[in-house]
Design a binder for this molecule. Sequence first.
Ligand SMILES: [Zn+2]
Length: 296
Amino acid sequence: MKILFIHAHYDDYEFTAAGTFELWKRRLGKAIRAKVIVCTDGQAGHQFRTREETGRIRLAEQLASARIGGYEFDRLLLPNGAVPREGCLDTTPGLLAALWKAIRDFEPDYLFCPPLPSDPLAGIHLDHVAVAEAVRKVAYLINVPHAFTPEYSAEETTSTPCNVPAIIHVYDPYLAGGNPHDFAVDVEPAFDQMCEMAFCHQSQIMEWVPWVGRHQMKAPTSVADWQQTMRERFRRVSRAAGVNSDRALEIFTVTAWGEVPAFERLLNDVPNILPQASNLERLRQKLARWHAPNEP
Ligand SMILES: [Zn+2]
């Protein structure tokens, strides 16, 4: 089993899927590989550090989180070797090529990425939407072997098929609950570790996020204080998703961008799905519809 998380920024992982990945790893042990890819250089979000220093610190913070979480980590590199600039991400051929290469190299069974907003009135973070759009656009090309051989040269007369993953959306706080979710994972057993991982992002939670004033966050004074902040954050996510639960939940929506997973396989593979906080019957019908032969 291979699971891949692709998102725009350092710290997006910890707030949307780290608990699910952790539980998946606990269940499968050595039989699973988990990887996180961040698509921007992290240089933009700060109010008193230089861009260069901010990018350097953000990378170190993510690597510290990866050591605690035991997941593989890569920055996305464009075909020219550059890391895309934060705050400017766009679905250029270079970004599509880089994603194509990264996904094909890892060949995940499940790919987690940000959603596209279903409501055009919803606010967005442009980098989140760019990653979502780019993953959607590149999904069909994952098993097209020559799609980006101009950027990544390969022997064009012999090609092996590439497994196309099921592609699943994580929650995006910028959309304020505008996208309905399919299932919720009860990540309470991993809550302490999730807090520890998120706490690695000191330049964000102590400096940037309180300054920019999002998420009603105050700078935490201790790890225990931070756990309280995380707890409140998860409550807000649950409420926004219409779920009444005090347990930490991560919520997800299945797409038909890649392979459409069978309902039973999905329920077997993903750990700790909480049925009473999920919309499983609606998901079952949606997957059945996508699996049905096309009507004229
Ligand atoms: Zn982000």
